[in-house]
Ligand binder design. Structure first.
Ligand SMILES: [Zn+2]
Length: 285
């Protein structure tokens, strides 16, 4: 813990931090995005080349449609906020895998994978948007980079100085294997932290709103997941669909609805000065 704290202090002084889009949270960033992308892409390519694609054309088309709509929502948000250049690292892909796991993930760079086993819980397009927007939120918030950085900080503490990481590619490779974990028994990433999960929920709801999906459907979706009850990687791994999570989602809904109304109209106009959603004429969606 001492090492982690010293690394965070180090981060504060040496600008080894980045800012999470939408929430504005400052996060530790000791590993370059290029390094994270290279590692994750390598593991993703290995995984997807051997993965059994779904033979259900309608569901496959739905995954692509929802994935593209959420990707468009990200692009719209980044354009309105002048951050479009940050999307140059993204090259979206959408896949539905013939597998009964109740799961989905989005690798850094926008590689979205949904397993057929989650579809009975999503039930429809909007329900699927809850899942995909949550996963895309992890990717645009660079949560994988943050997890790798936290591991680096815990391992090396204040010794993490410029150049050390770039000279230690084997160290990074090991960290990448740990963080992404593709090729392990479930073929998915290791759990995110609770803070990252809640943040992905909040960002995901906003992306849903921008994309024109009703963010409110997240509540019944998570209730269905909660009734499932067993622990499943990523989607239910970290203190998953407990009551706290659903209550946090309910708290985040008004903000997401502001985006929904700002982009798609039909709105009760908000007078909340903290409203981050831009007025509708700024959205080209
Ligand atoms: Zn998650």
């Amino acid at each position: 813990m001492k090492k982690l704290i010293s690394a965070i202090i180090f981060c504060a002084f040496m600008y080894s931090c980045s800012t999470v889009p939408i929430t504005g949270r400052s996060q530790l960033s000791l590993v370059s995005n290029q390094e994270v992308l290279a590692l994750s892409l390598q593991q993703y390519n290995e995984y997807i080349s051997g993965a059994p694609l779904s033979k259900n054309q309608a569901n496959t088309a739905m995954v692509t449609k929802v994935g593209q709509n959420i990707a468009n929502a990200v692009a719209a948000y980044y354009e309105v906020t002048g951050m479009s250049s940050a999307l140059s690292d993204f090259s979206w892909e959408f896949h539905l895998i013939a597998d009964n796991q109740v799961n989905a993930f989005c690798m850094p760079g926008g590689k979205i994978v949904v397993y057929e086993g989650i579809l009975p819980y999503t039930q429809n397009e909007a329900g699927l948007a809850v899942v995909i927007s949550h996963e895309v939120a992890h990717a645009i918030a660079k949560h994988a980079n943050e997890r790798m950085s936290q591991q680096v900080a815990a391992q090396y503490g204040g010794a993490v100085v410029g150049g050390l990481l770039s000279k230690s590619s084997s160290t990074l490779q090991t960290l990448g294997n740990t963080v992404f974990g593709l090729g392990t028994q479930y073929g998915v990433m290791l759990p995110y932290s609770r803070k990252q999960e809640y943040e992905a929920d909040r960002i995901g709801l906003i992306l849903m709103g921008i994309a024109g999906y009703d963010p409110n459907v997240a509540v019944p979706f998570w209730e269905r997941m909660s009734q499932k009850g067993t622990s499943v990687p990523e989607f239910m791994s970290t203190h998953p669909s407990d009551a706290n999570r659903i209550s946090e989602i309910k708290k985040a809904l008004p903000e997401a609805m502001e985006y929904y109304y700002a982009v798609h109209g039909g709105a009760p106009k908000t007078t909340n000065p903290s409203n981050n959603a831009k007025s509708s004429d700024q959205w080209k969606f």
